[in-house]
Design a protein around this ligand. Structure first.
Ligand code: ATP
Ligand code: MG
Length: 294
């Protein structure tokens, strides 16, 4: 691993939730900035990270074997959109797809809850970004139980075990994906309630940010503790070796971006990507083409 890689990837490790951890959300401070003193330092490292990422993505695409799925979950105003924009700014748009998951449509509700995700899983060679995901099924749906009724699951199948069953099924699904070559990394952008208030106020007070505010944001804030409980359990139960969660401090955007970039650089690096080797048959075609090209 080259020096620049090393410098960046050290920001990934502290936030990875290891399998079997007795994970508690309070173990990670939303305001943490590692050992970094300044935003400037973070931005320089981020720029290096973006460059490394873009080089490795080219190979991922050329090789056409692995795919990478990045899942982003967070409370409102935690910065999912900005993180996706800044961290993935160096990625070739042709090799990358972003999907935002909203409340399910009627047709989506007529299928199992993993169906709509399966339709948009990244193809080999590509990076798929989920802005929210099937995890909403153990988060918002758990906090607002009435949403479960809309899913039309046969009554005998809806028991008190439904959430632990969903954790099992999600783990199995992710294991299946990973065994087929989809590398999965999941991010919870961990924002404090006080910082969310500051960001909501900015959205209310600054005209250029007004459009970002929605009445439902306040409604969900009222369920903060319920959400934190649901996140904590979901992360604990579904952080696996194949598909780990990273709980990323989110009160300082520049630090969030750096940690997410670090995870992606480390992950791509671990795949040992390279351009496909030219076979003798292909070499012959190349040689011939060079000769006849006028
Ligand atoms: P932003 O507010 O930054 O535009 P967002 O991700 O919050 O982004 P919204 O349109 O505000 O987008 O919200 C999408 C809503 O859809 C969220 O409240 C989310 O909880 C909800 N949602 C997503 N998936 C599901 C699901 N499977 N079941 C029920 N609700 C869902
Ligand atoms: Mg929203």
């Amino acid at each position: 691993m080259k020096n620049k890689h090393k410098k960046i990837v050290q920001f990934a490790h502290p936030y990875r939730i290891k399998e079997g951890d007795k994970f508690r959300l309070k173990d990670i401070e939303p305001g943490d900035t590692g050992k970094l003193k300044s935003e400037k330092e973070a931005k320089e490292l981020l720029a290096d990270g973006v460059k490394l990422m873009s080089e490795m993505q080219e190979k991922l695409y050329a090789q056409d074997r692995w795919s990478l799925l990045l899942v982003f979950q967070a409370m409102d105003a935690a910065g999912k959109d900005g993180t996706i924009k800044h961290v993935l700014s160096g990625i070739n748009p042709q090799g990358c797809d972003v999907h935002s998951f909203k409340s399910p449509s009627a047709i989506e509700l007529s299928h199992g809850y993993l169906w709509r995700s399966s339709l948009v899983m990244p193809e080999r060679g590509r990076i798929g970004i989920f802005n929210r995901s099937y995890y909403e099924e153990v988060l918002v749906v758990r906090v607002h139980r009435e949403m479960l009724a809309a899913e039309k699951i046969p009554a005998p199948l809806v028991t008190k075990d439904i959430w632990s069953e969903r954790f099992q099924d999600i783990n199995a699904y992710e294991r299946y994906l990973s065994r087929n070559g989809t590398v999965i990394r999941k991010f919870f952008l961990h924002l404090s309630k006080a910082e969310q208030k500051r960001r909501f106020l900015a959205r209310l007070n600054e005209p250029s940010k007004n459009w970002k505010f929605s009445g439902s944001d306040l409604k969900e804030r009222a369920y903060w503790d319920e959400y934190m409980g649901a996140y904590e359990e979901a992360i604990r139960e579904t952080s696996t070796k194949a598909a780990p969660w990273y709980v990323v401090p989110a009160d300082n955007k520049w630090f969030t971006w750096l940690v997410v970039a670090a995870v992606i650089v480390e992950t791509l690096d671990s795949l040992g990507l390279s351009y496909p080797k030219v076979t003798p048959a292909q070499q012959e075609i190349l040689d011939h083409a060079r000769n006849v090209l006028r």
